[in-house]
Design a protein around this ligand. Sequence first.
Ligand code: G3P
Ligand code: CA
Length: 340
Amino acid sequence: MTVTREAVPGVHRRTSSLVLSPAVVAHRGASGHRPEHTLDAYRTAIRMGADDIELDLVSTKDGVLVARHDLELGATTDVARRPDLAHLRRTVVVDGVAQQGWFAQDLTLTELTTLTARERMPATRPASAAYDGAEGVPTLDEVLAMVATESARRGRPVGVMLELKHAAHHDAAGLPLDVPLLRDLARHGLDHPWARVTLMAFEAPVLRRLAARTRLPVVQLLGAGERVSPEDLDRIDDYADGIGAHRSLVLPRDPYGAIGTPSTLVRDAHRRGLTVHVWTVRGENRYLPTNLRRGDAPDALGDMAGEVEALLDAGVDGVITDHPEAALAAVRGGPAVLGR
Ligand code: G3P
Ligand code: CA
């Protein structure tokens, strides 16, 4: 759990000597238990013992980075219940897809901080939905301050994996994400390679830009169904320190939906000195391989630790999960512990 793993040195290599492997990374916080991307979700994950928290970043109208997965705010906040913000509802084309609703880029920080967060999947996660309305949308600045406080209080450095969402879209809107990102990190003294901060994106151009301007580790995210050739990994190795792969790229399922034979992706990435994180491991039966489901109820919890064990056997360096307590149980080999 606390073994230090350094990436193979390379001319561009920035990977922090403090990278933990295998690491348990709380996806949007402990989002299986609290509305995603709230300070409570992150604190809950840290209390459980997560090594890192993962957060997605989008920009407000006035260029402040906030923790949200979607540009559109209706799915995870109460914006639709706010008559005073009704005039901001519109259609926006995001990466070629038309979306309707309220968009972070149209709200000032002052407006956005009046919203409260809501559970995205209330039918699947009713216990989390009980926290609807309890917290607002945090800024990156607030999250970094909280992480510093929690790290000091617990005597262990909690890492942060930051994902830049829709970077090209933000560029086109005149709200480049990398500018406030580097400013926020510098303000918190986190712009050095041993800061336990990792920068991630699906879009390579913003990662190349960041790789040229910071020594923080950079991770190229890879989606489900992507074909990743050795040449692709060589290209990624030009600017990145690791990959963040959809779990199916490492551990495909067999024709019955059960865990299949691992791919060669981890081996191929490690040969180039690239670390491998996988996302997103979730505890409910509906997300698990068929051989690890418990009972027939899709929203009941299954044997997520079993999936994490299989991913660890495949050699991954980190597991990004909505249920950090179950992943920690697999990594530590003990029973799941729900912290307070
Ligand atoms: O950390 C990678 C993972 O979070 C990417 O997927 O859609 O949950 O941001 P998404
Ligand atoms: Ca993410």
